[in-house]
Design a protein around this ligand. Structure first.
Ligand code: ATP
Ligand code: LTN
Length: 333
């Protein structure tokens, strides 16, 4: 018997410069998974426009993100890399799924509430529909697993609910996906407000460490990280700043948080911050060099994204025609 490989799906929005949170919570984990699973990794530009984007910058960031994917180790021979808007079935399936999703469910989504507050002048339908588009992404490829950071767990859960609902209403169609959230690095907090998630669209540049930051910048940002003043390096709920730095150190060294605590026992905050900064910067340096090298060859990136979109299209078309049949859309045959 031939065992079918499990399917993995994930994406990142080209909505800003990548942060170390995007890396440890998401992209880095995709790399190990490409060996074992059939993986689809998208650039979610349709999600990105749910908040205002500069069109030229969005296009530029799409290529930059593709170059980061490749520089982080995604191999186009082993996984499908593509741009979401190049596969029209994402929008088409969203429409069908919209009709089995309730407005109340979407209004309760944490990210919708956060982003509505942050972009109070632009609470658009797309922002509310964001989780349905994400469900369409995942369900189109019959994904078994979705590797994401903690903040996206709720969206994967709603994708599961939508899949089950469709299956109950129209008969077994979609696979019900499961989130994959790793223990370390799945929720890196802001360096300036350590009770808030580090987010690439944060206005305060000192709050995030970007994948593109050079060593001096990385160390400077860590030196300025907000911490408490008791000068004891320990992981605890009432020490969000220090706990976050320990978590980052663990995520960048492969050590556990307990090991990190031990390694820095008795060290002062100043030295600790510099050590974390150096560790992070040393991991980033070779990835940055690789990203710059790849980004210089736009044709190479274009070729990969074109081939990726073709492969994604084939898989997506198969699912969508099944869905259209199930819901009773006239197909002409
Ligand atoms: P935006 O600020 O534009 O909403 P973002 O930084 O939250 O963007 P996304 O594109 O929404 O990034 O997320 C891409 C992936 O990175 C998701 O899997 C998400 O869970 C993960 N991720 C984002 N921020 C963090 C973080 N601070 N820690 C760990 N993982 C994160
Ligand atoms: N909303 C996600 C990006 C994303 C995604 C997906 C993640 C879009 N479609 C499908 C996993 C599966 C985010 O990280 N903000």
């Amino acid at each position: 018997m031939i065992m079918e490989r499990k399917i993995m799906y994930s994406a990142v929005q080209p909505s800003g410069n990548l942060t170390i949170g995007n890396y440890t919570g998401s992209i880095r984990n995709w790399v190990t998974m490409q060996e074992e699973y059939d993986c689809f990794y998208a650039i979610a530009n349709m999600h990105a426009i749910t908040v205002k984007q500069d069109p030229a910058l969005l296009r530029k960031r799409t290529l930059e993100l593709a170059a980061w994917y490749l520089a982080c180790g995604l191999d186009p021979e082993k996984c499908v890399l593509y741009v979401q808007s190049q596969v029209p079935q994402h929008a088409e399936l969203t429409w069908v799924l919209n009709s089995i999703t309730y407005v109340g469910e979407m209004q309760r989504m944490t990210q919708f509430k956060d982003k509505s507050q942050k972009h109070a002048d632009n609470i658009n339908m797309g922002l509310m529909d964001y989780p349905v588009l994400m469900a369409a992404d995942i369900l189109l490829y019959m994904a078994d697993y979705v590797p994401v950071g903690v903040d996206q767990k709720q969206h994967v859960e709603i994708a599961r609910d939508i899949a089950l609902r469709f299956n109950n209403r129209y008969s077994e169609t979609f696979r019900v996906p499961e989130p994959i959230i790793l223990k370390t690095g799945s929720k890196i907090m802001s360096l300036q407000e350590p009770t808030k998630k580090m987010s690439k669209s944060d206005e305060n540049p000192n709050a995030c460490v970007f994948l593109a930051d050079d060593k001096d910048t990385v160390i400077r940002k860590f030196k300025r990280a907000v911490t408490d003043s008791d000068n004891k390096i320990a992981f605890s709920e009432d020490k969000p700043g220090i706990s976050n730095l320990l978590g980052i150190y663990a995520a960048f060294t492969g050590k556990t948080v307990e090991e990190a605590e031990k390694a820095f026992a008795g060290t002062g905050y100043g030295d600790f911050k510099v050590a974390v900064g150096e560790t992070v910067a040393d991991v980033l340096a070779p990835i940055q060099a690789e990203q710059a090298r790849i980004l210089a060859d736009k044709e190479y990136i274009g070729g990969i994204l074109k081939a990726g979109a073709e492969r994604a299209y084939k898989a997506a078309r198969k699912t969508l025609s099944k869905v259209y049949r199930k819901v009773g859309f006239y197909t002409g045959d």
